[in-house]
Ligand binder design. Sequence first.
Ligand code: SD4
Length: 313
Amino acid sequence: KASGPIVISTWDFGRAANRAAWDVLKTGGTALDAVEAGVKIPEADPNNHTVGYSGFPDRDGRVTLDACIMDDKGNCGSVAALEHIVHPISVARAVMEKTPHVMLVGDGALQFALAQGFEKTNLLTPESEKAWKEWLIKAEYKPVINIENKSYDKGPSAFNPLMLPGNVYNHDTIGMVALDANGNLSGACTTSGMAFKMHGRVGDSPIIGAGLYVDNEVGAATSTGLGEEVIRVVGSFLVVELMRQGYSPEAACKEAVTRIVKKNPERAKGIQIGFLALNKKGEHGAYCLHKGFNYAVCTGDTEDKNILIDGKQ
Ligand code: SD4
């Protein structure tokens, strides 16, 4: 018998998201409904500049969002480079449920969202615009992602996940996977992607198998960090396949990170990659390249916590 329900998600902002997911799980709701409800919290949060509304824009000043969702039956939906919509995860779900397709991008995704009744919203808040204008002064196209943040050493509350040493803006995706009371798994992943990216750049997050994968026989996985590296190894699919071979969630995540490093140790320097996994038994684990990655776990009304993962590479 599966030991759900449980929901886990990336980073400390995953805690608030998990609570929203938990409200669905605790009343017998499906993992699919739970993960959608969960990730909508950071999507709408004006203080979170890495997901949804108020996400940092691309280098042309446009906020373009990536998201995907996958259920226990292998159904999946995805949007990439979607503009003007606060909840890309819900558009991804609509792609899954209301079209014969898996993925819609850019203008086509927006057109579909508007036709589905999603409202057009300006996602660029004054704060994000200010950050972009500051970035424009140098306009260095140097995508640095959540590598070890010294302020984390002062404890999670002092940790500003948006700022790296040297005031380099960071960015973090929310990836969430859940197991419901019926023992079914689902997952969701949503992000504004790399801050100040090239217009049209798509990361791993909306790519089924890279940023998220769910196999209801085995487990589910999601990723955060430099998406290009995750795409190269089809990371989340790899983690799930390793769990199928008997790896624990943590060992599977570790092997996926190790593969990325092995492929190109030079390229792996100075970037962050984190994988997070949950198996069918409700066991969870994660692994990352650099110290500072953490994830949130929720198994009850008062059972929520953050687990700090220190990379050992
Ligand atoms: C991307 N993987 O767009 C995402 C971003 C991320 O922590 O997770 N950053 O590449």
